[in-house]
Design a protein around this ligand. Sequence first.
Ligand SMILES: [Zn+2]
Length: 280
Amino acid sequence: MNGFERSGSGIDNMPESIEIHLELSKDTLWIAAQELWTSTDIDSWIDDLVQVENITQTVIGSSVEGRPVRMLEIGNKQAKRGILVISRQHPPEVTGFLAMKSFIETIAGNTYQAIAFRKNFMTYNIPLMNPDGVDNGHWRHNMGGIDLNRDWQEFNQPETSAVRDFLNRKKAEGFEFVFASDFHSTWKDIYYPLDSTLVDENALFIFDWIEKIAARLSVDDPNVAPSVYVKPTMVSRNYFYNNHNIPAIVFELGDNADREFIKKKGKSAAEELMAIILSK
Ligand SMILES: [Zn+2]
């Protein structure tokens, strides 16, 4: 493969063209820039996790092509508070998914902290928001031809509507979400919270949380880019905050981030979040 002579990351380092030589045969040939985490792979990850006590799965909706939108339910079902974690609205954003996977595995883990957290708080996780896009190798869209992370105002697509309906059901039950994160990937690691001037006091802990994750990872200057608008909601974070008052963030990992670092970051993020929420 040619075309990747430039080093570094970011749009300025994009090759103008690439040339790929392929040896074709009658077998299926997969070409992917990231590890394949298809719906089948994610289903088996879910199936493994639900072997643990108090972890179950449910289907909250189905995609345009009829694939299930699966949700992990982690913790004590009597709990009245909890968190929401989603990923893979954008199909190729595998590093964000990998951080989310480590985050969820930490919450599902065997530590005293995780056990205490699960006793008091539910974690609802939709690891694969866009199963059609992932399985069909889309760059950005679902099978309705829409970028799902621009559909949280109009809700024209079944995948986003399933989450909206789920949140409305939980609201009617009196359930309170104290945090939500949407995991993505981009050029480099970056946090997109809502700006501190926009949010209520209850959402400010997100900034302390980011500092704590950075300290754990010995990152001097975490890359934080607060968003200064909340309406129109369009993206998941804005919808979570604007319509449900859930402190929310877009958690982005670099496409080329070291896989061990991603794992550590997901774990640190979960542990620091559990510590903050349990201490409130
Ligand atoms: Zn994305």
